[in-house]
Design a protein around this ligand. Structure first.
Ligand code: B16
Ligand code: MG
Length: 217
């Protein structure tokens, strides 16, 4: 990976787990779903759901349940999970920004780079509004604008296109295995936020956004 200063023209951030810890609210909501159908569920398994869209996440959970479910039941379970999740995020405030996230956004913009957000969540704009940071992004790509969820590269490619940039000019930041795969398949350099043993495909892994420094890339 090139580390030359000024190599990039934009940084495209994931939302859940990078900018704010909605990953924890997703975990709490899916845990209730999994318990209700007798499927085993813990933090380790939850890693596989990060960055995966709602119905995809539900499919992974139900694959471990003791029986199969009709489409009607699946939709009801997904709807109940989302209502629970929306109750949880309704309490969010700017105080729920992850440490270092706002500083990273400001540093990127101060360096003259563009900022993008790539979230497969259908609740992404609600979360951005709760955090008060919607206007910090030059473009936001959410679930409504893509046909293929992470790990498909479409969401990061769409963000780059909306910024008017080639993927090679963009740096992607992700906390999820599926998200890092999406960035790499888009042809971008990937910064993982989390553990190196989990985010094995990332070009560089930092433990939290407090360690994000543009000059490292
Ligand atoms: P919703 P991201 C993803 O957001 C989450 O990581 C993932 O756990 C969740 O299932 C997905 O959004 C869908 O969210 O149910 O709100 O549409 O990481 O891409 O910002
Ligand atoms: Mg994430």
């Amino acid at each position: 990976m090139s580390r030359t200063a000024g190599r990039y023209k934009a940084v495209i951030f994931d939302l859940d787990g990078v900018i704010t810890d909605t990953a924890h609210y997703h975990y709490l909501a899916w845990k209730r779903t999994a318990d209700s159908v007798g499927a085993p569920f813990d933090e380790e398994f939850n890693e596989q759901l990060k960055g995966v869209d709602r119905m995809g996440s539900l499919a992974l959970i139900l694959a471990r349940a003791p029986r199969s479910f009709s489409n009607e039941e699946k939709l009801a379970l997904a709807d109940a999970k989302n209502r629970h999740y929306q109750e949880l995020i309704a309490t969010m405030t700017p105080g729920d920004l992850l440490p270092g996230a706002l500083d990273a956004l400001e540093a990127v913009r101060a360096a003259g780079l563009k900022t993008g957000l790539a979230s497969v969540s259908k609740n992404a704009f609600t979360v951005l509004d709760r955090l008060g940071i919607r206007d910090r992004f030059d473009t936001v790509v959410d679930a409504a604008q893509i046909a293929n969820s992470k790990p498909h590269p479409e969401i990061f490619l769409t963000a780059a296109a909306q910024l008017g940039l080639a993927p090679v000019d963009c740096l992607g930041v992700e906390d999820a295995v599926a998200g890092v795969a999406s960035i790499k398949d888009a042809g971008m350099v990937a910064v993982g936020v989390g553990k190196p043993e989990v985010l094995t495909q990332a070009d560089r892994v930092i433990p939290s956004m407090l360690e994000f420094r543009l000059e490292d890339y």
